[in-house]
Design a protein around this ligand. Structure first.
Ligand code: C2O
Ligand code: CU
Length: 511
């Protein structure tokens, strides 16, 4: 049995203690806002604004983002204190073009340390958002935080990434295909709370291949950031990590609005759907029932559109679908549902069909892209990573920390050292446990393909480039990937953010 140290007890006390036992979805501490009183399908779906660069030159586009506290109206008639990139939640959307670099200068006015990670990005190590490369508000007199910098990555033509205590310049080369990425906080031990309070935004990479396809564009191409939150009666976020089982919620937000509605024209729309929840899984379905036409996974377009009736989504996964509303009569409504939860958590948002019907698109192309399949013969080795609680649940509930191969996160120690250019197979195993909670493994830097899931072919909706996958109790999944582009230290972790904060994370070095 694992020993519980004083440090663990202290960390646990800071996190809210062991007394809060996770009761499963739907339960709600007594002073919380009753989700039944929050109106459904009344709020208009907000669309996060696209951020303008502060300047552009031949090397790329330069952006400035400040993390700060502000208030938002999320529940009707109530004010919610948020932590937002430029003070908004979701943060502003960054649009990038393949082959043109982006530089983001991050500053903060928040008291709690922050660091930003571009999720799904092919990013040099020193711009990847290492958890201890945090920044503080200008002039803040707190003791110096750990400011180690790696300079091993090649940052391309833009100025080198740089960090000071008060700002960080992140350089993103955008050298991979078009995809729906997102940026979010990654501060050591604090990403869960920072993201819950609002530090997350979209980052959309476009390319020529995708632009040339007859897909819905402009205002018919809509990002949807899904998450679950809990509120206090005064409208403030109620961040409850349930020990550190994970901060779930009983109100579903889409782009920051509770159970919103969107008026749609009778034509096809493209939706880029992200599960930005800390600890809530979704299974997307339409009501009345109709299959989705899925066109993309985490890493961009699939080889061809696929019809899927339901799409299970773990935290941090993205799927893109085309929904053609021309099949419905004006005045009808279609609900995007979460088929894995009962009650209000079973609804996500509603599409209300108007009588406008103008479309320049007829049908989707049969072919979207070419995906070169990585075959197991190309791999130089297989590494196995098991995900589980420590101590094991029969000894302690909730666990003191979460482990990968029995170890907790150690920023000084790499648990894997793939060589630059090597193709490897990583096998993710969910240690059998009496408690069924999803652990979505996420690998920084690379995109992978799923080879098999419990000995079977991967699900239809996950046959494409991925960076995160759903790993449920008892699952055993193999993925294959090439460690291309940059040397340096990176992370692999569970994307339940409280599991991540409580050490279900490991360092790997590309050498
Ligand atoms: Cu979306 Cu390491 O995170
Ligand atoms: Cu986990």
């Amino acid at each position: 049995m694992t020993r519980i140290t004083r440090r663990d007890v202290l960390k646990l006390a800071l996190a809210g203690g062991v007394a809060t036992v996770h009761q499963g979805c739907g339960s709600r501490p007594s002073q919380g806002e009753n989700p039944e009183t929050v109106p459904r399908f009344e709020a208009a779906l907000p669309i996060p604004p696209v951020l303008e660069p502060t300047r552009s030159d031949e090397h790329g586009d330069y952006y400035e983002i400040e993390a700060r506290e502000s208030t938002a109206t999320i529940l009707p008639g109530k004010r919610t204190t948020i932590r937002g990139y430029n003070g908004i939640f979701p943060g502003p959307t960054i649009k990038a073009t393949r082959g043109r670099a982006t530089s983001v200068r991050l500053t903060t006015k928040l008291e709690s340390p922050v660091v930003t990670h571009l999720h799904g990005g092919h990013t040099p190590s020193d711009s990847d958002g290492w958890p201890t490369d945090v920044i503080l508000p200008a002039g803040h007199q707190a003791p110096a935080t750990s400011m180690r910098m790696d300079r091993t990555g090649d940052t391309g033509r833009m100025p080198q990434a740089s960090a000071s205590k008060y700002e960080h310049n992140y350089t993103y080369p955008n050298d991979r295909r078009a995809a729906t990425l997102w940026y979010h906080d990654h501060a050591m031990g604090a990403s869960g709370q920072n993201v819950y309070m609002g530090l997350a935004g979209f980052y959309l990479v476009e390319d020529e291949e995708e632009r040339s396809l007859p897909l819905p564009k402009g205002r018919y191409d809509i990002p949807l950031m899904l998450c679950a939150r809990q509120f206090n009666r005064d409208g403030s976020f109620r961040y409850n990590p349930h020990g550190h089982a994970g901060a779930d919620g009983d109100v579903i937000l889409v782009n920051g609005a509770p159970w919103p509605a969107l008026q749609v024209e009778r034509r096809p729309y493209r939706f880029r759907i992200l599960n930005a929840s800390n600890a809530t899984t979704f299974t997307l379905a339409l009501s009345p029932a109709r299959p989705f036409v899925q066109i993309a996974t985490d890493g961009g377009l699939m080889a061809r559109p696929v019809e899927v009736p339901r799409i299970p989504m773990a935290m941090a996964e993205r799927v893109e679908v085309v929904i053609d509303f021309s099949a419905y009569a004006a005045g009808n409504s279609i609900v995007l549902r979460n088929a894995e939860k009962p009650g209000p958590l079973g609804d996500i948002m509603r599409f209300d069909i108007t009588d406008l019907a103008v479309s320049d698109l007829d049908r989707l192309p049969d072919r979207l892209s070419v995906i070169e399949t990585l075959t197991p013969e190309a791999a130089v080795r297989t590494r196995t990573f098991t995900f589980g609680p420590r101590p094991e649940l029969k000894y302690h509930y909730p666990p003191i920390y979460w482990a990968i191969n029995g170890s907790r996160f150690d920023p000084e120690h790499a648990q894997a050292q793939p060589r630059l250019g090597d193709v490897e197979i990583w096998r993710f195993v969910y240690e059998k446990s009496p408690w069924r909670q999803t652990h979505p493994p996420h690998v920084h830097l690379v995109n992978f393909q799923i080879l098999d899931r419990n000995g079977q072919a991967p699900h239809k909706h996950e046959r494409g480039w991925k960076d995160t996958l759903r790993l449920d109790s008892g699952d055993d999944v193999r993925v294959i990937m090439a460690f291309d582009g940059y040397r340096g230290r990176y992370l692999m972790h569970c994307h339940n953010l409280e599991h991540e904060d409580y050490d279900m994370m490991m360092r790997f070095d590309v050498v």
